[in-house]
Write a protein that binds this ligand. Sequence first.
Ligand code: C5P
Length: 314
Amino acid sequence: MACRFPVRQPGINIDMKATATVAATLTYRSFAKINLYLQVLDRRPDGYHNIETLFQTIDLSDELSFTASPEEITLECASADLGPLENNLVYRAAKLLKERFQYQGGAHITLDKHIPVASGLAGGSGNAATTLQALNTLWELNLTQQDILDCAIELGSDVPYCAIGGTVAATGRGEILQPLAHIRERWFLLLHPDIQVSTPRVYNHPQLSRSNEDRIDGRTTSFTMAIGTLNKGALADVFYNAMEIAVFSEYPQLAVMKQRLLDGGCAASLMSGSGPTLFGLCKNREHAEELARNFPEVKTSVVASVPYGVLQVD
Ligand code: C5P
């Protein structure tokens, strides 16, 4: 059985006949997101930018399992090279909880990656959000949703959204969240070009146009209209990403692929976040699968929208 945020009480798997040293293991899926709309506003005194974005979770997920251990936090990932442990968002999330809430024990965490790393899909952010929720349950910390969201924003701008998932309008750094009605299930073809894009570099790119439109009650009229369009179900009319011009100026092949998605019958296509992942809105699953055959040179994923960001797998 699965649950979504806020986490219900643990379905911890304890063998009652065994001694207290037997480990409890919780398993979770952590879902990728796409940005259906992304506008960059002003640079803030803290160095971040105010943004306006529409987030959507999709059925492309990593699997994480959490086992109680005496005091250390250890992380094992056989499916990808995650670099130094201290930089890893899963490790940082676990360490943040342990230190902030003075938890004496530890956890062994395994991560099975399916979401491409650093691809504009917030895979690492979702893993961090999952870790906060899972360890809250495993360690019986009894944290509120607000406690988790407060930790989440310290780990990254997308982490609070990932803890909630679904269809959400976000402002501020991306952490001021307004959940919207879930969109009906839609199918997307994702293209994962083998390119590394640095998010801070995109935010500082000379060709990144920042909107200076006035905000009324914390929102521009353009964003209010985009939300209205989404609520009407006109998903294709919402698609916008202010970062495309900057990223496409460095990687013109992405603009070509975006056009090929449209030529293949997608109602709209877009880059997700700071890229490089591109996605096309397809008519249905069959259309997405058929269109994927037009892109033999690049890794692809056929995915549906999902209304959650984190699922506990019992
Ligand atoms: O918050 P996160 O660690 O994901 O951000 C990575 C980098 O992207 C930041 O250091 C900052 O340079 C940039 N950023 C930004 N404004 C945002 C989100 C990220 O300038 N709203």
